[in-house]
Design a binder for this molecule. Structure first.
Ligand SMILES: CC(C)(COP(=O)(O)OP(=O)(O)OC[C@H]1O[C@@H](n2cnc3c(N)ncnc32)[C@H](O)[C@@H]1OP(=O)(O)O)[C@@H](O)C(=O)NCCC(=O)NCCS
Length: 195
Protein backbone atom coordinates (compact mmCIF):
# COMPACT_ATOMS: atom_id res chain seq x y z
CA UNK A 1 0.00 0.00 0.00
CA UNK A 2 1.19 3.51 -0.80
CA UNK A 3 2.43 5.21 2.35
CA UNK A 4 0.84 8.61 2.88
CA UNK A 5 3.39 11.37 2.34
CA UNK A 6 3.69 14.97 1.24
CA UNK A 7 6.51 16.81 -0.51
CA UNK A 8 7.85 20.22 0.46
CA UNK A 9 11.13 22.10 0.61
CA UNK A 10 13.68 20.90 3.14
CA UNK A 11 14.39 23.75 5.53
CA UNK A 12 17.96 24.36 6.72
CA UNK A 13 16.38 25.46 10.04
CA UNK A 14 14.83 22.04 10.63
CA UNK A 15 17.86 20.31 12.15
CA UNK A 16 16.04 17.05 12.75
CA UNK A 17 14.98 16.75 9.10
CA UNK A 18 18.43 17.74 7.84
CA UNK A 19 19.98 14.95 9.93
CA UNK A 20 17.37 12.46 8.74
CA UNK A 21 18.11 13.42 5.13
CA UNK A 22 21.83 12.80 5.74
CA UNK A 23 21.14 9.40 7.30
CA UNK A 24 18.97 8.41 4.33
CA UNK A 25 21.78 9.34 1.93
CA UNK A 26 24.24 7.03 3.68
CA UNK A 27 21.71 4.20 4.11
CA UNK A 28 20.30 4.30 0.56
CA UNK A 29 23.69 4.20 -1.15
CA UNK A 30 25.49 1.83 1.26
CA UNK A 31 24.85 -1.41 -0.60
CA UNK A 32 25.95 -0.55 -4.13
CA UNK A 33 27.86 2.72 -3.86
CA UNK A 34 30.17 2.09 -0.88
CA UNK A 35 32.22 5.21 -1.53
CA UNK A 36 29.23 7.55 -1.55
CA UNK A 37 28.75 9.48 1.68
CA UNK A 38 30.23 6.73 3.77
CA UNK A 39 30.41 8.86 6.91
CA UNK A 40 27.69 10.94 8.62
CA UNK A 41 29.87 14.04 8.18
CA UNK A 42 30.13 13.58 4.40
CA UNK A 43 26.39 13.01 4.17
CA UNK A 44 25.64 16.11 6.24
CA UNK A 45 27.98 18.20 4.04
CA UNK A 46 26.07 16.98 0.96
CA UNK A 47 22.71 17.94 2.46
CA UNK A 48 24.01 21.35 3.49
CA UNK A 49 25.37 21.94 -0.03
CA UNK A 50 21.99 20.95 -1.47
CA UNK A 51 20.30 23.51 0.80
CA UNK A 52 22.09 26.50 -0.80
CA UNK A 53 19.51 29.16 -1.71
CA UNK A 54 20.13 28.90 -5.48
CA UNK A 55 19.42 25.17 -5.49
CA UNK A 56 16.32 22.97 -5.30
CA UNK A 57 16.05 20.70 -2.27
CA UNK A 58 12.74 18.92 -1.66
CA UNK A 59 11.79 16.13 0.72
CA UNK A 60 8.95 13.65 1.18
CA UNK A 61 7.61 13.66 4.74
CA UNK A 62 5.30 11.17 6.44
CA UNK A 63 2.35 12.31 8.56
CA UNK A 64 4.58 12.51 11.64
CA UNK A 65 7.08 14.75 9.84
CA UNK A 66 9.80 12.13 9.33
CA UNK A 67 11.81 12.40 6.12
CA UNK A 68 11.13 9.44 3.76
CA UNK A 69 13.33 10.60 0.91
CA UNK A 70 14.74 13.70 -0.72
CA UNK A 71 15.94 15.19 -3.99
CA UNK A 72 18.35 17.98 -4.85
CA UNK A 73 19.33 19.91 -7.93
CA UNK A 74 21.40 22.80 -9.26
CA UNK A 75 21.24 25.00 -12.34
CA UNK A 76 23.61 24.78 -15.29
CA UNK A 77 23.79 26.56 -18.67
CA UNK A 78 22.34 29.74 -17.25
CA UNK A 79 19.30 27.91 -15.87
CA UNK A 80 18.26 26.08 -19.09
CA UNK A 81 19.47 22.83 -17.57
CA UNK A 82 19.15 21.51 -14.02
CA UNK A 83 21.21 18.64 -12.70
CA UNK A 84 19.23 16.24 -10.51
CA UNK A 85 21.56 15.26 -7.66
CA UNK A 86 21.16 13.55 -5.31
CA UNK A 87 18.03 11.40 -4.96
CA UNK A 88 17.58 8.94 -2.11
CA UNK A 89 14.58 7.17 -0.58
CA UNK A 90 14.80 5.56 2.87
CA UNK A 91 15.48 1.86 2.26
CA UNK A 92 12.48 0.59 4.26
CA UNK A 93 10.02 2.64 2.15
CA UNK A 94 11.54 2.15 -1.29
CA UNK A 95 9.29 0.80 -4.03
CA UNK A 96 6.19 2.70 -2.86
CA UNK A 97 6.17 5.53 -5.38
CA UNK A 98 8.10 8.05 -3.29
CA UNK A 99 11.05 8.29 -5.71
CA UNK A 100 8.75 8.80 -8.69
CA UNK A 101 6.79 11.48 -6.78
CA UNK A 102 10.00 13.29 -5.82
CA UNK A 103 11.15 13.34 -9.46
CA UNK A 104 7.72 14.63 -10.61
CA UNK A 105 7.85 17.36 -7.96
CA UNK A 106 11.43 18.23 -9.00
CA UNK A 107 10.25 18.61 -12.61
CA UNK A 108 7.59 21.08 -11.45
CA UNK A 109 10.18 23.00 -9.45
CA UNK A 110 12.48 23.21 -12.48
CA UNK A 111 9.58 24.22 -14.75
CA UNK A 112 8.66 27.03 -12.35
CA UNK A 113 12.25 28.33 -12.68
CA UNK A 114 12.11 28.24 -16.49
CA UNK A 115 14.37 25.18 -16.93
CA UNK A 116 14.14 23.20 -20.17
CA UNK A 117 16.02 19.98 -19.47
CA UNK A 118 16.96 17.88 -16.45
CA UNK A 119 20.21 15.91 -16.53
CA UNK A 120 21.71 13.38 -14.15
CA UNK A 121 24.52 10.90 -13.83
CA UNK A 122 23.91 7.52 -12.26
CA UNK A 123 27.08 5.60 -11.45
CA UNK A 124 27.62 1.89 -11.86
CA UNK A 125 30.45 0.88 -9.55
CA UNK A 126 29.28 -2.66 -8.85
CA UNK A 127 28.56 -4.38 -12.16
CA UNK A 128 24.85 -3.72 -11.80
CA UNK A 129 24.54 -3.11 -15.55
CA UNK A 130 26.14 -4.46 -18.71
CA UNK A 131 28.10 -1.18 -18.98
CA UNK A 132 30.16 -2.02 -15.92
CA UNK A 133 33.16 -4.34 -15.78
CA UNK A 134 33.81 -4.04 -19.52
CA UNK A 135 35.88 -1.79 -21.77
CA UNK A 136 33.38 0.60 -23.35
CA UNK A 137 35.91 1.86 -25.93
CA UNK A 138 35.82 2.26 -28.85
CA UNK A 139 32.20 1.33 -29.58
CA UNK A 140 30.67 3.21 -26.69
CA UNK A 141 27.29 3.66 -28.34
CA UNK A 142 26.96 -0.02 -29.13
CA UNK A 143 27.29 -0.77 -25.41
CA UNK A 144 24.74 1.91 -24.54
CA UNK A 145 22.24 0.66 -27.15
CA UNK A 146 22.37 -2.86 -25.70
CA UNK A 147 22.43 -1.95 -21.99
CA UNK A 148 21.00 -4.56 -19.62
CA UNK A 149 20.04 -4.09 -15.99
CA UNK A 150 21.59 -6.99 -14.10
CA UNK A 151 20.34 -6.22 -10.60
CA UNK A 152 18.26 -3.20 -9.81
CA UNK A 153 20.41 -0.37 -11.12
CA UNK A 154 18.39 2.87 -10.88
CA UNK A 155 18.75 3.77 -14.59
CA UNK A 156 15.58 1.69 -15.10
CA UNK A 157 13.80 3.74 -12.43
CA UNK A 158 14.77 6.92 -14.30
CA UNK A 159 13.60 5.44 -17.61
CA UNK A 160 10.24 4.78 -15.95
CA UNK A 161 10.23 8.47 -14.98
CA UNK A 162 10.74 9.41 -18.66
CA UNK A 163 14.52 9.90 -18.78
CA UNK A 164 16.64 8.64 -21.68
CA UNK A 165 20.30 7.68 -21.71
CA UNK A 166 22.30 10.43 -23.41
CA UNK A 167 25.79 9.04 -22.90
CA UNK A 168 28.25 7.57 -20.51
CA UNK A 169 31.46 8.60 -18.77
CA UNK A 170 33.69 5.53 -19.09
CA UNK A 171 35.87 4.75 -16.06
CA UNK A 172 34.34 7.63 -14.07
CA UNK A 173 34.75 5.70 -10.83
CA UNK A 174 37.77 3.61 -11.82
CA UNK A 175 38.45 1.18 -14.67
CA UNK A 176 35.17 -0.37 -15.87
CA UNK A 177 33.06 1.72 -13.47
CA UNK A 178 31.13 4.20 -15.60
CA UNK A 179 28.71 7.01 -14.90
CA UNK A 180 25.53 6.67 -16.98
CA UNK A 181 24.24 10.03 -18.21
CA UNK A 182 20.50 10.61 -18.60
CA UNK A 183 18.18 13.51 -19.45
CA UNK A 184 14.54 14.47 -19.71
CA UNK A 185 12.76 17.46 -21.22
CA UNK A 186 10.92 19.40 -18.55
CA UNK A 187 7.19 18.86 -19.07
CA UNK A 188 5.68 21.94 -20.69
CA UNK A 189 9.05 23.30 -21.82
CA UNK A 190 9.25 24.58 -25.38
CA UNK A 191 10.43 22.14 -28.01
CA UNK A 192 12.90 22.79 -30.84
CA UNK A 193 11.11 24.52 -33.72
CA UNK A 194 8.46 26.09 -31.49
CA UNK A 195 8.43 29.87 -31.43
C1 LIG B 1 16.18 4.64 -6.95
C2 LIG B 1 15.19 5.18 -5.90
C3 LIG B 1 15.38 6.68 -5.75
C4 LIG B 1 13.77 4.89 -6.41
O1 LIG B 1 12.83 5.35 -5.48
P1 LIG B 1 11.59 4.40 -5.04
O2 LIG B 1 10.70 5.19 -4.19
O3 LIG B 1 12.15 3.14 -4.48
O4 LIG B 1 10.94 4.10 -6.48
P2 LIG B 1 9.38 4.10 -6.91
O5 LIG B 1 8.63 3.25 -5.95
O6 LIG B 1 8.90 5.48 -7.11
O7 LIG B 1 9.51 3.33 -8.30
C5 LIG B 1 8.98 3.78 -9.53
C6 LIG B 1 9.19 2.67 -10.56
O8 LIG B 1 10.60 2.43 -10.74
C7 LIG B 1 10.91 1.06 -10.42
N1 LIG B 1 12.21 1.04 -9.72
C8 LIG B 1 12.52 1.69 -8.59
N2 LIG B 1 13.80 1.46 -8.25
C9 LIG B 1 14.29 0.64 -9.20
C10 LIG B 1 15.55 0.03 -9.40
N3 LIG B 1 16.59 0.24 -8.56
N4 LIG B 1 15.72 -0.78 -10.48
C11 LIG B 1 14.69 -1.01 -11.34
N5 LIG B 1 13.47 -0.45 -11.20
C12 LIG B 1 13.28 0.35 -10.14
C13 LIG B 1 9.78 0.59 -9.53
O9 LIG B 1 9.65 -0.81 -9.59
C14 LIG B 1 8.59 1.32 -10.12
O10 LIG B 1 8.21 0.66 -11.32
P3 LIG B 1 6.64 0.48 -11.71
O11 LIG B 1 6.12 1.88 -11.88
O12 LIG B 1 6.70 -0.29 -12.98
O13 LIG B 1 6.01 -0.22 -10.57
C15 LIG B 1 15.37 4.48 -4.52
O14 LIG B 1 15.12 3.10 -4.66
C16 LIG B 1 16.71 4.70 -3.88
O15 LIG B 1 16.90 5.64 -3.11
N6 LIG B 1 17.68 3.83 -4.20
C17 LIG B 1 19.03 3.89 -3.63
C18 LIG B 1 19.74 5.16 -4.05
C19 LIG B 1 19.69 5.42 -5.54
O16 LIG B 1 19.79 4.50 -6.34
N7 LIG B 1 19.54 6.71 -5.91
C20 LIG B 1 19.57 7.14 -7.29
C21 LIG B 1 20.96 7.04 -7.77
S1 LIG B 1 21.34 8.26 -8.98
Amino acid sequence: MLQSFSISSLSPNNEQSVHEAAEILTAAFAANWPHAWATPEEALDEVNEALAPDRICRAAFDDAGAVLGWIGGSAQYGGNVWELHPLAVRPDVQGRGIGRALVADFEQQVAARGGLTIVLGTDDEAEMTSLSGVDLYPNVWEHIATIRNRRGHPYTFYQKCGFVITGVVPDANGPGKPDILMAKRVPGAGQPGES
